[in-house]
Design a binder for this molecule. Sequence first.
Ligand SMILES: Nc1ncnc2c1ncn2[C@@H]1O[C@H](COP(=O)(O)OP(=O)(O)OP(=O)(O)O)[C@@H](O)[C@H]1O
Length: 209
Amino acid sequence: MVQFDHFAKQYGTTTILQIDALTLPTGIYWVKGANGSGKSTLLRSMAGVLHFHGDITWNNLRLKKDTVPYRRVVNFAEAEPLFPEFLTGMEMIDLFRTAKGGALRQEEYYIESMQMQAYIHQPIGTYSSGMLKKLSLVLAFLGTPQLILLDEPAITLDVQALDVLNHWIDEQHTRQGITFLLSSHQPLAVEGLSSQYLQVERCTVTVTA
Ligand SMILES: Nc1ncnc2c1ncn2[C@@H]1O[C@H](COP(=O)(O)OP(=O)(O)OP(=O)(O)O)[C@@H](O)[C@H]1O
């Protein structure tokens, strides 16, 4: 369960989001909203990447007080990921898996199902945008996350890769009870997607049936 407690995010003097109190039970949420409404700001705040006022809690872990344990179970993939170009995909995976406490060789299932074997040992600087996106999605599933935040996961993915991603989400939600927040401008074909979604509008976030 996610809880927002007097959450507010400003850039300079402009308030982008204000959520006094909001609880999100376990589930799969589609985060909707117009360009510039604050979807990425919301997800980046929840990931602990941005400074904000108030606090966000995942179960009993408060982001600001329990930062390390919170970030261990909350994984995030940026809309437009940026990684050091001189590292290989596998080196990034090793770094993330170790930091997130994932089991040895956990990544193999994800690499194989996304068919990334041919380039996973190549430097990231040689990757296309779709290859980079796939890597960022693999990283978001490593460790033992309880909440996964995916910002625009569908962009640059081919149809086959999108099917694989939908399967990962459905499988991890069903088997492990992982909660997902997925921001997307396109309708998502995830099987377990709840009928509720998060509507982000300037300054407000509402859960809508
Ligand atoms: N670093 C920043 N400095 C100042 N303003 C910012 C910054 N980042 C985002 N904003 C502003 O915050 C608002 C929300 O941006 P955000 O990227 O969260 O929107 P979004 O809903 O994800 O948009 P899109 O659908 O276009 O990706 C926008 O008005 C944007 O201009």
